[in-house]
Design a protein around this ligand. Sequence first.
Ligand code: ZN
Ligand code: ZN
Length: 90
Amino acid sequence: MTDMENRQSESSCEICEGPVFTTCVGCGEAVCQACARFELIGSGCGSVWAVYYCQACAMDPDMNPNAILREPEELEAAEKRLERFGFSAS
Ligand SMILES: [Zn+2]
Ligand SMILES: [Zn+2]
């Protein structure tokens, strides 16, 4: 009954069991850096939120408003937006 044992089930990525990087804002599951999907969500008043989804929620329009916009053009635009807001694309 140690704290370590207690935490074991929550301290690994839900997808690949790698080290947890963040939690999905859609479903709340823990994801590692490799499985987390970065998205910028517009708030409608000129600001954006940087959020992370798991792979399933990133593709789910109910969870991710950007899921239906997944066209190559949009991805490029998103990268440009990233640069504008000072995020490094590399
Ligand atoms: Zn993972
Ligand atoms: Zn999720």
